[in-house]
Design a binder for this molecule. Structure first.
Ligand SMILES: O=C(O)CCC(=O)C(=O)O
Ligand SMILES: [Fe+2]
Length: 226
């Protein structure tokens, strides 16, 4: 079921699904994001559900909130996205908010998670850059354009071995079939016909399966929520 969505030009395995959720579902999720849970960083805000991982990259077992489960996790199940990870389902979601002009420095994600990452984009489009080494971050090895309501799935070592980042720009430029790996999979390529995409506030939901889960203490200490 995922095969038609494979980004053909890229190793190891990227899949891009435009309109993974509807505009109504997008609005409903955006309205449910709890304002009290934001951690403010230099150039973005983020929140982790059900909680931030411990220093040993362990997750305290707790369910994801309903607004993160429905419809996204149900639909991921239909596509079998997490069917081969240790818990056969995502157990952790990072919510990142970027305003126009904000991004995330090129980084690798480390080994806390199974090698399946599913990212839902809300609110606005952005461009994710992939690079093979830190000395060459000005010329991305590959770029993926993520439209609002789309799903990007990365399977394999891409997130742990490739640097990925989002440039801190107000406008993404030079977008075309040659420079954007998922161009032929876009839902509305005509919107980018002039090669440009203006940034607006984008919220991403990054679904992952954390490998180490601790069931101890969640009930006893009431730590399930943070
Ligand atoms: O917002 C995104 O799409 C990327 C987020 C990311 O790379 C991360 O949180 O590690
Ligand atoms: Fe990352």
């Amino acid at each position: 079921m995922l095969a038609p969505h494979r980004v053909a030009s890229l190793p190891p395995s990227f899949y891009y699904i435009p309109n993974f959720i509807t505009a109504e579902e997008e609005t409903a999720i955006l309205e449910k994001i709890p304002p009290s849970r934001w951690h403010t960083l230099h150039h973005r805000r983020l929140q982790a559900h059900p909680s931030t991982l411990s220093a040993t990259s362990t997750l305290l077992a707790a369910p994801l909130p309903p607004w993160l489960l429905n419809p996204v996790v149900k639909r991921l199940e239909e596509y079998g996205v997490f069917s081969e990870t240790p818990h056969q389902a995502p157990n952790h979601v990072l919510v990142n908010e970027y305003r126009a002009g904000e991004g995330i420095m090129p980084h690798e994600d480390g080994g806390a998670y199974a090698e399946v990452v599913a990212t839902v984009s809300l609110g606005a489009a952005t461009v994710l850059d992939f690079d093979q080494d830190r000395d060459n971050i000005s010329a991305p090895f590959s770029r993926i354009l993520q439209e609002p309501r789309s799903l990007l799935i990365t399977i394999g070592s891409a997130y742990t071995e490739l640097l990925h980042g989002i440039a801190s720009v107000e406008t993404d430029t030079d977008l075309n079939e040659e420079t954007v790996a998922n161009w032929t999979l876009l839902g509305e390529p005509d919107r980018f016909a002039d090669g440009k995409s203006e940034r607006e506030t984008r919220i991403s939901l990054t679904y992952r399966d954390v490998l180490k889960v601790s069931k101890v203490g969640t009930k006893l200490l009431g730590l399930g929520r943070r």
